[in-house]
Design a protein around this ligand. Structure first.
Ligand code: DAH
Length: 345
């Protein structure tokens, strides 16, 4: 039948049409697939086909249509990828590059890293331990038995299901952990996060960071402690920094002291940071109480030690002139990006 021949011819024509440009592809589309295409006309001729052949004819022209569509699609993709490639060759290599958004280290981290660097130079090594502690390591072993009034100095977060488990209130717990597993000489620095159930304000937060130091060996003296802290203060705050040691009380040290440094901003003249006293408090320290050594099975007749604990946020606030402790945990990148250029070590 004539219409069947027409379909076969059309299929041949579709296969043989040479298409070398997007323009000739468009002509192909209009001719074979457009709304007034030859194929449409052929579809119209189904009326003249006897009923028993209608099905076969339908299949035949559908195959023709499919061949046209496939050829069109294939060439379309080829032309598109060619255009993309030629775009690449038109790249302007003289154009200035995009700058990468680099991150910055957090001021709290910067202060901790600087402390670690300084103490490393005199033989201290970093020891870290858990933030969720048991009562023994956070309190009792440090000479703070259950009924000790000094426990009130540190408002504690208890894990409610298990009141013997706490979020550590200080990094002094790491002292106990290390003395438990290591024999003297011990010379460690423990930076880490601590938690206290305190109202959040511009000056205090319910979590902050401390750096704990511990040195235990034969013949460790209070003079060694003072020398070590003097060295740290001069390295951290500047070589002309003086330290002042005031007697204090901590259950885990005897004697205990608090240490001030001469104000690194006004050098003693009086300013807002030192509240016009010329001095700023930076840490608590003392000689490790023999009872604490014994709690960790260290012979207190043979060994002695000193310890100290520094609040990191306080120092970061002073050092970078920050007025509100809360910005340190808000993760506002506009604030954090100020620290991009700070290099440690
Ligand atoms: N743990 C004390 C606190 O959180 C700080 C401290 C004081 C640590 C004296 C010490 C120390 O190691 O000897 O307030």
């Amino acid at each position: 039948m004539e219409v069947f021949d027409k379909a076969s011819q059309l299929l041949e024509e579709i296969k043989n049409t040479e298409i070398s440009s997007p323009e000739s592809l468009e002509q192909f589309r209009i001719k074979f697939l457009g709304s007034k295409s030859i194929l449409k006309d052929l579809f119209g001729e189904i009326k003249s086909v006897p009923n028993e052949l209608k099905k076969e004819f339908g299949q035949r022209i559908n195959a023709v249509k499919q061949a046209a569509e496939e050829k069109f699609q294939l060439l379309k993709e080829q032309f598109e990828s060619q255009t993309q490639q030629s775009d690449v060759s038109e790249l302007d290599l003289t154009r200035p590059g995009y700058s990468h958004a680099i991150g910055s280290r957090h001021p709290v981290r910067l202060v901790m890293e600087e402390m670690v660097e300084i103490f490393k130079r005199i033989g201290f090594v970093v020891e870290e331990d858990r933030e969720i502690e048991d009562d023994w390591h956070n309190f009792s072993a440090l000479n703070l038995p259950e009924d000790h009034p000094a426990r009130d100095m540190q408002d504690t977060f208890y894990i409610s299901l298990d009141p013997a488990t706490v979020l550590r209130t200080h990094t002094s717990s790491v002292q106990v952990r290390v003395m438990d597993r290591q024999k003297p000489p011990i010379r460690i620095l423990s930076p880490g996060k601590v938690f206290r159930n305190e109202t959040i304000s511009a000056r205090s937060h319910c979590f902050f960071h401390q750096v704990e130091g511990l040195y235990v060996d034969e013949n460790v003296s209070f003079a060694d402690l003072l020398q070590t802290l003097q060295f740290f203060a001069a390295e951290f705050f500047g070589s002309d920094t003086k330290i002042k040691v005031r007697p204090s009380y901590f259950p885990f040290t005897e004697p205990s002291a608090e240490v001030d440094v001469s104000c690194f901003l006004c050098h003693g003249e009086g300013c807002n940071v030192c509240k016009h006293t010329g001095w700023v408090e930076i840490l608590g320290c003392g000689m490790v109480d023999p009872k604490v050594l014994e709690n960790c099975k260290i012979d207190s007749k043979r060994y002695s030690g000193f310890a100290f604990g520094v609040g990191v946020e306080r120092i970061a606030l002073m050092k970078y002139g920050i007025k509100d402790i809360r910005v340190l945990s808000e993760n506002d990148v506009r604030f954090l990006s100020h620290f991009k250029s700070v290099v440690v070590g």
